[in-house]
Design a protein around this ligand. Sequence first.
Ligand SMILES: NC(=O)C1=CN([C@@H]2O[C@H](COP(=O)(O)OP(=O)(O)OC[C@H]3O[C@@H](n4cnc5c(N)ncnc54)[C@H](O)[C@@H]3O)[C@@H](O)[C@H]2O)C=CC1
Ligand SMILES: O=C(O)[C@@H]1CCC=N1
Length: 269
Amino acid sequence: MTTIAVLGAGKIGEALLSGLLSGGRQPEDLLFTERYEERAAELTKHYGVRAVDVPTAAAEADVLVVAVKPQDIDPVLDELAPVVNERNLIVSLCAGLPTSLYERKLPDSIPVVRVMPNTPMLVGQAMSVISAGRHAQPQHLALVEELLSTVGEVIRVPESQQDAVTALSGSGPAYFFYLVEAMIDAGILLGLPRNVAEKLIIQSAVGAAAMLAETGEHPVTLREAVTSPAGTTIMAIRELERHGVRAALLAAIEAARDRSQELGKAHEA
Ligand SMILES: NC(=O)C1=CN([C@@H]2O[C@H](COP(=O)(O)OP(=O)(O)OC[C@H]3O[C@@H](n4cnc5c(N)ncnc54)[C@H](O)[C@@H]3O)[C@@H](O)[C@H]2O)C=CC1
Ligand SMILES: O=C(O)[C@@H]1CCC=N1
């Protein structure tokens, strides 16, 4: 069985550990590193997974999944460089960081796969997008695909598309949560009790997502089916258009893409 070590067990690191366990992996096939001892102890207690240091992770694991903030990558690379070995595959979940950064800092020919996951991994509904670095072979991509398919959907793209992917699906759940939050506020504005507003909006979001996923219909067709002539929905859509919501989304996602590019540039040689 492949042993996987997660380096940095924060939100995404924990989501991955938890998802892999739910997908049938055993706690003894998983390891993690974590700079905060208290956090490490809490995770070991909850999941039964062992906290280790980087040399132990490199010696015992086949796959080293880097899940620290992009700003925290330098000390991790410094720790990894002397201990990675030909058995290790590096999988980077870090927004913006190119595979070339790892290839430059780590010994020759270590394979690297860049992944942009998202937090619905916690409930087995991740969108993970993977790209091969220079030394990653088809079997490395296949292994990462197999691991991540236990926690959601996986697709492959060229690495040049990863900053755009990060802006769309990496950050994407946050946009939906923001929309849900604003719609619940609208319910409060209209005088509904908060628990009723929450129930209405969350179930509408779940229902709309299921229709998108299950019917194969285009979102425009699904929206048209809700929009009656001179009805209520078109009055709302007119306000959304008047307030430039579509343009705001285009600008917001472009800003997220730009930030991903910046995070990568901050680590250029
Ligand atoms: N949160 C999200 O929705 C997504 C995050 N990502 C990427 O995943 C990575 C992690 O993000 P989050 O989990 O949100 O951050 P986080 O801050 O929740 O987790 C990072 C963890 O790494 C630990 N850490 C930092 N330096 C360390 C070191 N040298 N050794 C051991 N542990 C160390 C921190 O204590 C923390 O627990 C980032 O690079 C981010 O770009 C990717 C997709 C989605
Ligand atoms: O906000 C961030 O930088 C991370 C990367 C994608 C989602 N969260």
